[in-house]
Design a protein around this ligand. Structure first.
Ligand code: FE
Length: 306
């Protein structure tokens, strides 16, 4: 939990251009479970090991990308306090009523210097994971595709990186776990509100408000390799991998949903504690930082965003 009471990534709302194709992709291939739909046509999904009602919302529209990413906070006292701090920082803040997203309490939505919208909320209905909380089994039968466990993080591209880093660090209490420097200029910030390697990442980019990828957790390198088999079996659009990152040390594959939004499956990142020093990568080592095995950047990976 961050020092300001933020627990973890809670949900992401992804824009898709064909809902039927998108639902098939996120359920049959990634293995998410559909938990509800609403009268706006939005579809709610969760991983099999998540307790709350949803972590992914799909919204059908003309243009791919991310509407917003949300973080769950400790309680309503923390929500009210953070709302005040966000306004004092200069964010445009909007309160959305409970039920605007089904099963979710009041949300505080705010803009950010790099052009992304984020939300905070304290309450969401409990759904339960697929193995229960009394003498649970270690895995579940019948989960489809890659069987991803949960929504893990987003990596975002935007222009005013320094402002967004200040917002996450000073207002929301995130730690910078790793960073990429080009000379003295920060070009990438990996940030955590938990003891994960990252909960959100922002990379400096000329256009504001872009989504680079939404990442889902797997348990092991073996599960990552099996996900690679599924990507080939069903001819999903592969970006790169299986590989390992230098930054975070995670094992990974990047691929695309049918609307062109990049997905990642991710396993085994390093552990963060608040007294750890921030790890620095120099821009000339970026190939190794991102793709530890190939040590070469892929032009698609740097330029394709939604
Ligand atoms: Fe990632």
């Amino acid at each position: 939990m961050s020092q300001k009471g933020i627990l973890r990534p809670g949900h992401v709302c992804i824009r898709v251009m064909d809902m039927n194709q998108a639902v098939k992709h996120y359920t049959d291939h990634l293995g998410l479970i559909e938990t509800d739909r609403d009268d706006q046509g939005r579809v709610y999904l969760k991983g099999w090991d998540e307790y709350d009602w949803f972590s992914v919302v799909l919204r059908e529209t003309q243009e791919a990308g991310m509407d917003f990413m949300a973080f769950k906070v400790r309680d309503r006292v923390a929500l009210d306090s953070l709302e005040k701090d966000l306004k004092a920082f200069g964010c445009t803040v909007e309160r959305l009523p409970a039920g605007e997203l089904k099963h979710c309490g009041e949300r505080v939505r705010f803009d950010s210097p790099a052009g992304h919208y984020f939300e905070l909320y304290a309450d969401k209905d409990y759904y339960g994971n697929e193995v229960g909380i009394t003498n649970p089994e270690a895995f579940v039968d019948g989960i489809k595709g890659m069987g991803t466990h949960r929504f893990d993080h987003c990596l975002l591209y935007g222009d005013e990186l320094d402002g967004s880093v200040k917002l996450f660090r000073d207002v929301l209490g995130f730690d910078i776990t790793e960073r990429v420097l080009d000379g003295d200029v920060m070009v990438g910030a990996f940030m955590a509100c938990s003891n994960k390697a990252h909960d959100v990442v922002i990379i400096r980019h000329p256009e504001p408000g872009k989504l680079h990828h939404v990442s889902f957790l797997l348990d092991s390198w073996e599960e990552v390799l099996r996900a690679g088999d599924i990507i080939s079996k069903y001819d999903l659009a592969l970006d790169i991998g299986p590989t390992r990152h230098g930054i975070t040390r995670g094992k990974s594959i990047y691929f695309f949903d049918p609307s062109g939004n990049r997905n990642e499956i991710f396993a085994g990142g390093s552990t963060w504690y608040p007294d750890h020093p921030t790890v620095t990568w120099n821009a000339e080592k970026l190939g190794k930082a991102i793709f530890y095995h190939d040590r070469q950047l892929n032009e698609n990976f740097l330029s394709v965003v939604t």
